[in-house]
Each structure stands twice: as C-alpha cells, then as structure tokens.
Write a protein of this length. Structure first.
Lengths: 189, 352
C-alpha cells in the first residue's frame, strides 16, 4: 500500500489556490453583474462566461489529479462530526465546481444566447431552446451560487480553525510553500 | 504569548474572534457586491419593474415593447459592409433573418393608434452560428441621454404626482427635442412604411483592423403614407398586425440597411443627439421580409433581441445604453420564460 502523504502534492496545492481565486472572483462577479445596468455589466458577463469555462476545465483536471494522488488523511483525533462535515463539504464543493459551469452553459443554451469565450471562441449549444428548462436551470444556477459561497465561507472558517485553534497540520497540508516551510522548520529543529 | 496553565477553551477565544471577523467580512463584501447595502443602485430588476403598467405586467410577455408580431426572411448583403466590418453577414450573400415588429409600450391592451413609437427586433444569422441581434425604433433619436435618465423618465411618467413629468422635463432638456418629433412627425398605417434606427452607436472593425463608430438605419422601400392619428384611432386596436399580415400576401417587404459613420466629434455616447446628415452612409444590403407569424408560437418569441449579441467585427461603443438594455432585457427574458404558462403557444391552426 502507498503510504498516506502528509501534504497535498505541489500540483494539487497550486490547483487549489488558483481555483480559490477563480471561484471567489466568479461568485463576486456573478452577484455583481446581475445587480447592475452600468457599462461594466458587459465585461463582467464576458469574464463570468470565460472564467466559468476555465473553472470547469480546472475542476476536471483537479478531480483527475486527486484520484491519482489522493489526499492526506485527516488527523485521527478529529471528532467524528467534524470529519463527516469535512468529507461531505468536499464532495459538494467538487460537485459544484463542475455543476455550476455546466448549469450556466446549459441555461444560456436554453435561452438561445450565444456563449462567446475570450472575445471570439463560440461554444456550441448543449441544450435546445426551452422556457421551462431555462427557468429550472436559472433557478438552480442562482440558488446554488449562494450554497457555493456559504460552503466557501465554511471551508475558510474550518481552514482557519485547523490553522489557528487545532494546529493539527490540516491547513499546512494545503498551505502554500512559504508558510509550510516555516512550519516544517519549527517542527524539526 | 500563552501560559501553559491556560485551558484550551480560553486560548481559542482570540483565534475564534479572528475567524468570525474574516468570515463576516467576506460575507459582507459579497452582500455589498450584490447591492444589498446599496438601495440606490440601478438594478435590472428596478428598471424592469418601473416599466410595469399600473395594472401589472402582462405575464409571460416581454416587459416592454410587449405587443408584437414575428416575421421571417433574409438579409441580402451586397458586400459593401466589409469595408467597415468583418462581420460574416456583410460578405455578399444571403443570411436568414428572424424579426419582430413591435410597439413601444408595456401595456398589452394599448390600442395600436395610441403608441407613438414603433420598433423592430431583428436577428441575422451567419453560417457557423454567429448572430447579430438588434432592437430598433422608428424615431430618429432617443428620448433621453443616459440609462439613468430613462429610468427617471419611466418613473416620472408612471408617477401619481401631476408635476413629475414637468420636473423631469425641466432637468432633461433633450426630452423637449423628442417631444417635438413626437408631435410633428407623420404617423403611418403600417409597420412596412417605417424606418427602424439603431439609435445606439456601435464599433465596426474591418479585417484590416480599422475601427469606426457607427449607427444604422433600415429604410423602407414602401412609400410612407401619412395618416392623421384621428384616422388611425378609428381602426381596430391591433390594426398594425392585421395590416402587415395582409400586406405580406402581396409579396415580400424590403428595407435597405444603411450604416452611418461618425466623425471625430460626433456624440457617439448619446443616442438623444442626431449626427449631422452629411456623414458618410454606406448601403450594405437589403432586409427582405417574407412571412409574418403570430408571436405566441412564432420563431421570434424565444429570441431576446439583446443588442449586445454581436458577431465578430461589431462591438459596443462608449454608448452606455446597450449594456443597460442587455441587463434589463435579460431580466425581462428570465421573468417571461418563467411565466410561459400564462402565455400559451396556441396551435397554429387555431390562430387567425
């Protein structure tokens, strides 16, 4: 059996932090663009559509990388409810990273809106025009955005809890190199 | 920093407060971005709601330009457009078109003779999936200069305060210019006799990369026959739809698409101001309307004539309206598609 790694691989950590920035930007752009009629509405929508596609691709790569390299085990002394919350929230986060871009793309297809990425790349329609399906997908995309943001906040709170309260190495497992080096230096004098 | 005899629970208070602050700040930033702390922000919901008539919006229908009828046809490009824009539909050839004649009112029960402004939504499709959508009206310039002013106008015109319109007109002198057009321009008895103007400016970019700010007009080949409004008031409340459905039986209807190119100092950001008449005008082709269909089950029903759906070679300019229209049109589309059950698509054999 392969020994359980102590930390995520550098590739996994890079993907995590890159996607963290992308997803936060995406959520803020999303709620910002639907609440304005100012000229910035158009670039915000354009970025939302392009970035959404980037997130979908990154999420699929990340899932493959996770499947290949696994993840460090949670601390043995972590209480069972926290362990369950950690595992469940990660399944949902992965599901949302993949589902949200697909829902958005499908929703635009049902509304007969062309999806143009990076100013020129036309995505094909993945569903035929449909009022009822558009409404269903729109509602899902909109509601799940708030679920996604709530989960991101929970994830952030839990990460800080591990880093600042429990000091159990869970945060360090995903932390960028700078921080983890200092932790390692302290851990092995 | 911590003494060894402190209990773990007490040690955790500082970090827990910090965590709560970080999470709270993130949530507050999100709420701020969503506009929850900015009641003065002009949102698409606010704009769309302002258009609703006092009796409430017609569920399942567009929130403005609510009365309309579909048409299908083609755009015949003569090839001249490529000097201005690399859009695929400017290369000589024929491109399918789906459009909608409509009235600039949010009241679905308004009689045709009571609505001063008539419009056309148009989608021209190029092979390969590129689309050019536009929504034009027959006035030569717009009522006001900015989307904020349009919102103010809609609110004022729906206000119970008898002085609201006077107050608004006092601070928006451009409205008087539009008022003069509305009072003096002749009315006609047909959608076929109207010109349809983009009013907003857009940027055309040619294959060589040269950019020009332009506006465009569809000029009717049908001779406009002025009809006094009193005369129109005697006609059926939907005489425009009846007339166009009847007229098409005699043959296709045509409009010439003319692109007008701005000169350096022309007001490209303000659709309430016309450009001088002597600006370069390029005739780029002909819109041929071949068939008329009722909207309920017609091909235009599911199209949002969002003027920012543009092919390569055409982009938005410094005119703030297309972005505002796109945002509000999407809101209108989201609402009406969710209410589609209120506007059943009657089977074609049941329609007159």
């Amino acid at each position: 059996m392969i020994p359980t790694p102590q930390r995520f691989t550098p590739l996994q950590r890079a993907l995590h932090w890159l996607m963290a920035v992308c997803i936060l930007a995406m959520l803020f752009i999303g709620v910002g663009m639907v609440s304005t009629i100012a000229p910035k509405y158009l670039p915000l929508v354009a970025i939302h559509e392009s970035l959404g596609t980037v997130i979908l691709l990154l999420a699929l790569i990340r899932l493959a990388v996770r499947w290949r390299y696994g993840a460090p085990a949670l601390p043995a002394d972590l209480p069972a409810p926290m362990k369950l919350a950690a595992e469940l929230s990660h399944y949902i986060l992965y599901a949302l990273m993949i589902a949200m871009p697909l829902l958005g793309w499908a929703m635009l297809s049902c509304a007969n809106y062309p999806v143009v990425l990076f100013g020129g790349l036309h995505l094909p329609m993945i569903l035929p025009p449909s009022d009822s399906l558009h409404t269903l997908l729109w509602n899902a995309h909109f509601s799940l955005a708030f679920v996604f943001f709530a989960l991101v906040l929970m994830h952030l709170a839990a990460a800080l809890f591990h880093a600042l309260v429990r000091h159990d190495g869970v945060f360090e497992a995903m932390a960028p190199e700078l921080r983890s080096k200092s932790v390692r230096d302290r851990a092995s004098p | 920093m911590s003494s060894p005899d402190r209990s773990p629970a007490r040690v955790a208070v500082g970090p827990m407060v910090l965590i709560a602050l970080v999470v709270g700040a993130a949530a507050a930033a999100f709420a701020y971005t969503a506009g929850w702390f900015s009641p003065e922000r002009l949102t698409p919901d606010k704009v769309v709601d302002a258009f609703a008539p006092s009796a409430g919006p017609a569920l399942g229908h567009r929130r403005n330009h609510v009365k309309g009828i579909c048409f299908t046809g083609r755009f015949e490009a003569n090839g001249e457009g490529v000097t201005l824009s690399d859009a695929p539909m400017f290369h000589a050839g024929q491109y399918s078109a789906i459009g909608r004649f409509n009235l600039a009112t949010a009241d679905i029960n308004a009689a045709d003779a009571t609505v001063r402004v008539r419009g056309m939504g148009l989608q021209i499709a190029a092979p390969g999936g590129q689309l050019w959508r536009m929504a034009m009206i027959d006035s030569p310039f717009f009522t006001v200069s900015t989307p904020q002013a349009l919102y103010g106008l809609v609110v004022a015109s729906g206000s119970k305060d008898p002085d609201a319109m006077k107050t608004f007109a006092g601070t928006h002198p451009e409205l008087a210019h539009f008022g003069a057009w509305a009072r003096t321009a002749p009315w006609t008895g047909s959608y076929a006799e109207e010109p349809y103007n983009s009013l907003n400016s857009f940027v055309f970019t040619s294959a060589s990369g040269a950019a020009h700010t332009v506006r465009w007009s569809l000029l009717p080949s049908a001779q406009p026959i002025p009809v006094p409004p009193d005369e129109l008031a005697k006609r059926a409340p939907d005489f425009l739809e009846r007339e166009i459905a009847e007229r098409i039986k005699a043959g296709p209807l045509r409009w010439t698409l003319v692109i007008r190119v701005a000169d350096g100092a022309d007001p490209t950001a303000d659709p309430s101001q016309e450009w001088p008449r002597n600006r370069r005008a390029v005739d780029v082709g002909t819109l041929v309307v071949q068939a008329i269909e009722p909207e309920a089950n017609g091909p235009c029903r599911d199209i949002n004539y969002d003027p920012t759906v543009l092919p390569t070679g055409i982009s938005t300019s410094d005119d703030p309206f297309p972005a505002a229209r796109s945002s509000a049109y999407r809101r209108s589309f989201d609402l009406r598609t969710a209410e589609a059950a209120h506007y059943p698509a009657t089977p074609s054999e049941a329609t007159p």
